[in-house]
Design a protein around this ligand. Sequence first.
Ligand code: HEC
Ligand code: HEC
Length: 370
Amino acid sequence: MRKTTLLYGFIAALCWNACGKSTHEPSPKEPPVVDSRSLREQYSSSWDQWPKAEWYDGVTAKELAALPDNPSVADPALITLGKALFFDNRLGNGGNSCASCHNPETYWHDQKKVATGIGTHHRNTPTMENVWYLAGNLFHDGRATTYMDQIAEAIESPIEMGGNLETLPWALQQIKGYTPLFTQAYGDAHITKERILEAIATFSKTISSEATPFDAFIQGQYSALNDQQLSGLHLFRTKGKCINCHNGPFFTDLQYHNLGYAVDWDGKLDHGRYEATKQETDRGKFRTPGLRNIANTAPYWHNGEIATLHEVIDLLNRGMPHTGRQKVNGKLSELVRPLQLTAAEQQAIIAFLQALSSDVPQMEKPVLPE
Ligand code: HEC
Ligand code: HEC
């Protein structure tokens, strides 16, 4: 039984290559390569032995991977200073701090559709977890290439914190408690814009998510995913095609794609990546978000327009139809195609996404300098 199946598969693979066809979309006439082992048997081995993922033509194959160690090493005194600044609601003009929107108690997210600071933002707040990995691609459109530029914008943005970086060093000098923090971090008490930004960037890059059931599974604990979650992992890599964009250890290719749904709450169109590059082909594209702790950071999309994971999968399954007032800005990605996932298969993918959750971050808030 097993032998015939293998032979069958071998012949199929031969014809496949000989015909010179793409292996991504087998024509229905060709016999599928059948592996008679259970899904659990097929996945109970190191990841390079897993069933083949279904890659679209032109996509660089990059497998999923376990959570890597955070490589950001920094002087603890600089991190302490950065942490105080991150939680300090005196940096801007609106009484809010970075942590008001990037709240550690809710996975460094605000659980709002769009951020609210001094004004109402048109974008959904991204989590701070694993931002070290986003180097060069910060914000939903990747317009900030350095952490310092990105943080300067957060502080000065009239809808986020409304601060003034030119006068901020002076303002912090008036808070005596900052003198020892700057001295320990920099050797002297001199406060500059660059030091403020560098310290916050340094602290930001230390924020990581924790290991998840998926990490235990890929590292050899094959009971860490239940049957439904395992089926979801398989669908994520095959019929669901998610791995084409959500790949690597953080489930993102760090590329920009147009998935539609570009209308903001106030009816305006978001131009996405076009804002950063001014290239027409980038209009309406957004960075593929990572998916660690995705079940804990609803609502979804750059504009927060999609409320639940169920809704995300349903829309992707239907090839991102334009519901309600939503529409595409620019050209919908060719990698968005109807998937024909059954209700049970969609549920399995959601169960897998839930297995990418780690515990609520344990971050003790600092005592703010007086
Ligand atoms: C009013 C809420 C709010 C405040 C306050 C705020 N942010 Fe953000 N943050 C956002 C939103 C919204 C975005 C996405 C903006 C965009 O894509 O244009 C963002 C993006 C980011 C990103 C990029 C993450 C990614 O996935 O690309 C980082 C890092 C970040 N903020 C750090 C900070 C720091 C540090 C501070 C304090 C100096 C801060 N933020 C203050 C709402 C806020
Ligand atoms: C063509 C690349 C591509 C494919 C294929 C794809 N995604 Fe995405 N995904 C993205 C991009 C880009 C976004 C962000 C869209 C936006 O904000 O406009 C996104 C957003 C999401 C979000 C919301 C994330 C957040 O923080 O708001 C989830 C969940 C998600 N995708 C899951 C999936 C699943 C599950 C599949 C497979 C069924 C899949 N995606 C297929 C590129 C892709």
